[in-house]
Design a protein around this ligand. Structure first.
Ligand SMILES: [Ca+2]
Length: 458
């Protein structure tokens, strides 16, 4: 009995102060592109620190091999095919260097499409647990007012609603694309996007840390290629933009100028992540904050995704498997590398459990709380995962991966062949059939789920 009262009080105080959450997403950063992995000359000392103080996963997947649907799953905890956002919110005419007028852009898909307002975001779900929620960076869930963060469970937004900008003008193929709250702004025109996103993230944290539980969603546009018209850049697409000093760090290490720019953009982003970690330290909130980091899809080609095959946009591991780090001092083991099978579908259930809340009644989440797995208390309950991008399909069941896509097909044993080099489908027709059947069952479940726009007609 003597112990009971302090335990009750301790339990009460923990419940009274759910952890802050900083959810960091980078853009098109490849599976091997962290300094601590050691296979490339890339420098990411702050993400390396995060990995040393937390756990890094090697077997972690996104739900789609490109931006919008992958990010929709991070925010909803649901497969793209369940939440309705299962393709890009993107104007195809940009592929041909088309410069939109404001009037033309206003009625284009990038303005009229977005995450269905019936979906619940992490902002909606954490708000019920008393969090103050902010988004800084690349929202990519639609730009009409009904799609913007302030209408989607967030209290603060500074960033762009579409899926790419010029890092300096903040234009997307000629259209000014930064928002503060619900209004477009050009207040920072000329300043490097990663710098201003860092400034706003720190501003949001300093204003709210230690007062209320804070959820900062910090999705960078770095190190994605810039959405810049070639004619605005001397007739050539600029690739990944970065202040020259950051590309200069890599000039002696890599010959390819564009690769040096990519590495430099990651390093500048890493510095901003370091500033965020320092802000948590200064507020005395590090021990009470979960920090998560992942890329939204595989690397788009900069230096390759070896040992993985393929890149962004493909059903190969190089399109779908990404770096992932989570730090929660005293809760998630420090300095650990886990090979457990995990995905971004686990993010929402994990954060909701940590916050002591749950999804609204009737809302199906496609993942689970991964904390017990990270603690080593149990193996991952995930035994299968499915992907579809138009006619491209893939399934993983156990260590078997089946791919049927325009870029290739086959059956691979990831336990012995992470690079997907040996097609074993001829030797194992029964396993091919099993994976095809599991894929068909998943597809049927998705087709029968409650209708959601913008892509499923109803
Ligand atoms: Ca991306």
């Amino acid at each position: 009995m003597k112990l009971l009262l302090p335990l009750i009080l301790l339990g009460f105080s923990l419940n009274a102060a759910p952890p802050n959450i900083v959810l960091i997403v980078s853009d098109d950063q490849g599976y091997p592109d962290l300094g601590c992995i050691g296979s490339k000359p890339i420098q990411t000392p702050n993400l390396d620190r995060l990995a040393a103080e937390g756990t890094r996963a090697t077997n972690f997947y996104v739900t789609w091999p490109a931006c919008t649907p992958s990010r929709g799953s991070i925010l909803t905890g649901r497969y793209p095919q369940r939440n309705g956002l299962y393709d890009m919110v993107r104007n195809d005419m940009v592929n041909y260097g088309h410069r939109f007028t404001a009037e033309e852009y206003a009625v284009s898909p990038e303005m009229t499409l977005g995450l269905d307002p019936k979906e619940f975001t992490l902002g909606d779900m954490l708000r019920t647990a008393g969090y103050v929620n902010g988004v800084v960076g690349k929202w990519d869930m639609g730009q009409a007012k009904r799609y913007l963060p302030l209408q989607r469970g967030f209290d603060f937004f500074y960033g762009h609603g579409n899926n790419g900008i010029d890092y300096y003008t903040h234009e997307r193929y000629g259209i000014p694309s930064l928002f503060r709250g619900n209004e477009r702004t050009q207040e920072d025109k000329g300043q490097y996007a990663t710098d201003i996103f860092g400034r706003e993230a720190l501003h949001f944290l300093r204003e709210h840390l230690s007062k209320k539980p804070v959820f900062l969603y910090l999705p960078f546009n770095a190190p994605h290629g810039a959405s810049t018209l070639a004619e605005d850049n001397g007739g050539k697409k600029p690739g990944v933009q970065v202040p020259e000093a950051y590309a200069e760090k890599y000039r002696d290490l890599v010959k390819d100028k564009k690769l040096a720019q990519y590495y430099g953009a990651v390093t500048r982003m890493d510095e901003v992540i370091g500033d965020v970690l320092n802000a948590l330290d200064q507020a005395g909130q590090t021990d009470n904050t979960i920090v998560l980091f992942m890329s939204d899809n595989g690397g788009s080609g900069n230096g390759g995704n070896a040992p993985l095959k393929g890149s962004k946009g493909t059903m190969w591991e190089g399109g779908l498997r990404v770096p992932f780090v989570i730090r929660w001092p005293g809760k998630v083991p420090a300095g650990k590398i886990t090979d457990e099978f995990l995905t971004t579908l686990e993010i929402s259930p994990t954060l909701l459990a940590a916050a002591g809340t749950q999804a609204p009644a009737g809302i199906v989440l496609d993942g689970f709380d991964m904390l017990p797995i990270l603690l080593g208390n149990q193996p991952s309950p995930r035994t299968e995962m499915f992907w579809q991008r138009r006619s491209d399909k893939a399934a993983r069941v156990g260590n078997w991966k089946w791919v049927e896509s325009q870029k290739g097909r086959g059956l691979y044993d990831l336990a012995t062949d992470i690079a997907e080099t040996r097609d074993l489908s001829k030797e194992n027709p029964d396993i091919v059939e099993l994976l095809q059947n599991r894929f068909a069952a998943w597809r049927k479940e998705m087709d029968q789920t409650e209708p959601r726009g913008p892509f499923r007609d109803y």
